[in-house]
Design a protein around this ligand. Structure first.
Ligand SMILES: Cc1cc2nc3c(=O)[nH]c(=O)nc-3n(C[C@H](O)[C@H](O)[C@H](O)COP(=O)(O)O)c2cc1C
Length: 434
């Protein structure tokens, strides 16, 4: 049996500030390309491929745009990754890509068609991060009212049922392109789906021939009970955020049970943890960088970010308000539940470290120290891989990761040194014990 290997993904959104507040602030003389220039993204894609990453992941959101978000670039602006990915797939050969698209906003037929087309353009390297969307501002941009948290997942279940049927509407050998008989495809092998659900309907068949993967790799990040139920039914790969290793182990156990209840093989579950290590050649240099990151972030910017994620205008509350006093949170509910379980901190206490990875000791230091942390989470915490989120100018952040951390992980036999297989599904399935 092949050795189990870590899966690595680069976490961005197609905008100036992927996750960590103000990570776009950087000495201008060191900037080669700006985030709005495609060369910036090509450089990152090539770097990730050089580090033998599995995936370049694009988060996405459709809200923001209030004063704080504009001033500090908090989840705003966000360009469309679906337009960027084909360009990046042309400058890479193995790296996979995932785009976030919302079941609440995209018509299912349109989404199934887009992803099937992307599977062709990327030669089988596309994945979909399924989200149900988080905040009312997003809904207002689409002119729809965001359904309540759990109902969004009820709708998403139906949505997935529909799009998967569309992807299966062509039998694998339907397209023959027989020049002699002048038959393009066998009509008996291309099927209508005649789907009529509570919220969605579609006649089918899909007007796209299935790509190399037929079904793109499905990613999801459900954290609440209802979100996990959804992930267990559909996802190939689940993201875990903000948890201790103990919590991640419990998260995995819970998901495995839920998967089994859906008749799926829990051994196939992949859990990817979000992190953003600050790696430097010396411990002192890494600490200095971490201190710079913390100084860079105004607390108001962090509170604006939390407000967007949680779908609550936190500026309306005094900073010493405890999270339990916020009542029902309709955005990323699972994340708020996590904090409440951790002693119910105040808004100000959460804001001090929110999405600032430089505040976690095990993730700040030399490559050997950070590799120890990752190895421990991978081996003892049963985490299958990591989402690495840039803490500074992304092309340099990933260059440092690939030049310092990756060789250390490779030397320990924890990550691949060469690619095998051709599709994203191959990459993620590989090196995972059956
Ligand atoms: C690594 C990661 C990436 C995410 N990316 C997005 C995203 O791009 N867009 C989005 O609307 N939500 C995103 N989310 C939020 C999740 O879809 C989900 O709402 C959140 O984890 C809370 O789970 P719950 O919906 O079960 O409460 C992300 C979450 C995580 C952990």
């Amino acid at each position: 049996m092949s050795r189990r290997l870590m899966h690595l993904t680069g976490f961005m959104l197609y905008g100036p500030a992927p996750h960590t507040q103000l990570s776009w602030v950087y000495p201008t003389h060191k900037i080669r390309h700006q985030w709005y220039e495609v060369e910036y993204w090509e450089e990152i894609a090539r770097t990730l491929e050089r580090g033998r990453f599995d995936l370049f992941f694009f988060a996405d959101g459709w809200g923001g745009g209030n004063g704080a978000a504009i001033r500090w670039a908090i989840q705003f602006p966000t360009h469309d990754p679906v337009v960027l990915i084909p360009r990046l797939s042309a400058v890479t050969t193995h790296l996979g890509f995932a785009a976030t698209m919302s079941t609440t906003f995209y018509p299912p037929y349109m989404l199934a068609r887009k992803l099937a087309s992307l599977d062709h353009v990327t030669k089988g390297r596309i994945g979909w991060n399924i989200v149900t969307s988080i905040n009312d501002a997003e809904g207002r941009n689409f002119g729809v009212e965001l359904p309540a948290h759990d109902e969004r997942y009820d709708r998403a279940d139906e949505y997935l049922d529909l799009v998967c049927r569309l992807w299966e509407s062509w039998e694998p050998d339907a397209m023959v392109m027989d020049m002699e008989r002048k038959v393009f495809a066998e009509p008996s092998k291309v099927h209508r789906i005649d789907f009529t659900g509570k919220w969605y309907s579609s006649r089918g068949p899909l007007n796209v021939v299935p790509g190399p993967q037929r079904r793109p790799v499905l990613f999801q990040a459900g954290a609440s009970g209802r979100g996990r139920q959804f992930a267990a039914r559909w996802a190939d790969c689940v993201f875990a955020a903000g948890g201790t290793p103990e919590r991640t182990v419990a998260f995995r156990k819970d998901l495995e049970q839920r998967m089994a209840a859906h008749g799926r093989d829990p051994a196939r579950l992949q859990i990817i943890a979000a992190c953003g290590p600050v790696v430097a050649a010396s411990e002192a240099e890494a600490r200095e960088r971490a201190a710079e990151i913390s100084e860079r972030i105004p607390v108001e910017a962090t509170i604006a970010n939390m407000s967007g994620h949680w779908n609550v205008d936190l500026t309306r509350y005094p900073p010493e308000t405890r999270l339990s006093e916020l009542g029902d949170v309709g955005g990323t509910r699972g994340m708020v539940e996590f904090y409440r379980e951790q002693g119910d901190p105040t808004i100000a206490e959460v804001a001090r470290t929110y999405l600032n990875m430089s505040s976690q000791d095990g993730f700040v230091g030399t490559q050997a120290k950070v590799a120890d942390t990752l190895q421990w989470m991978f081996e003892d915490g049963r985490i299958d891989g990591f989402q690495l989120s840039p803490q500074w100018y992304a092309p340099d952040y990933y260059r440092d990761i690939v030049e310092l951390l990756i060789p250390e992980l490779q030397r320990r036999g924890l990550t691949r040194t060469e690619y095998r297989g051709t599709t994203l599904r191959d990459l993620l399935a590989q090196d995972t014990p059956a």
